[in-house]
Design a protein around this ligand. Sequence first.
Ligand code: DGL
Length: 266
Amino acid sequence: MEFRTTSNNINRNPIAFFDSGVGGLTVFSKVKALLPNENYLYFGDTKNMPYGEKSEKELLEFADKIFKFFEREGAKAVVMACNTTSAVTYEKLKNNYNFKIYPIIQSVCPYLANLNGVKKLAVIATSATVNSHIYSKEIKKYNPQTEVFEIDAPKWVKIVEEHRINESSNEVKEILDKLPEVDRIVLACTHYPYLLMVLKEFMPADKFIDPSLDFARIIKSDLEKNGLLNDKFEYEKFYVSSSPENFVKSSQVFYELTELPKVIIL
Ligand code: DGL
């Protein structure tokens, strides 16, 4: 990933995140904890959620508009805190903008491929991510021995966005029941870690992998290596494409917003 911006005061420019909704906050909250001196932008495309049920053409359009918005806002780096867009759009769009882009899947698969003692890995993701088979392909690139089982959980994103987590045991179990015996299970949609409190009713919590912490470490170390870190926090700005009140309500498990996000239509 080459860095291609020309601005002088680049370090103070924000790191921008996007997702279809509150899922990306699982990544944002960890990056912010590791890098408290950064400025941040976050866009939740709540009007177009769920991304996992959208076509490639639609996902490319959404991602391109969001990247262009971040370009206008002067982002120094953009975090694709969404597995679905990383799976479907990253390869096609990655060279079109003047900032560094961090896609979640391509960033974390080298680590997932080499987990101690893991021979069989289940990956639960959106339908679009599963249909792309990107987890299997990426993991096998780094470790051809690992067996990867991909399964979609199309209802899980809405459970989180509609804050129905407390009543979701049946819908959660329905998917877990379909899994073969595996060593670990990757929560390969950034919305799914919100369901950990339900998931652990059925399996030990440490069976599940939320890749966001490793992703945050990768982002930090790469920004450091490129001399792009800031030394003073000034702002964080949240945007959504609809329903700001709902966003605040759904986000609480991972991040307490102090004000309503601004609604923008791109
Ligand atoms: N949170 C996103 C992901 O990681 C998108 C979920 C959706 O909107 O379907 O895949």
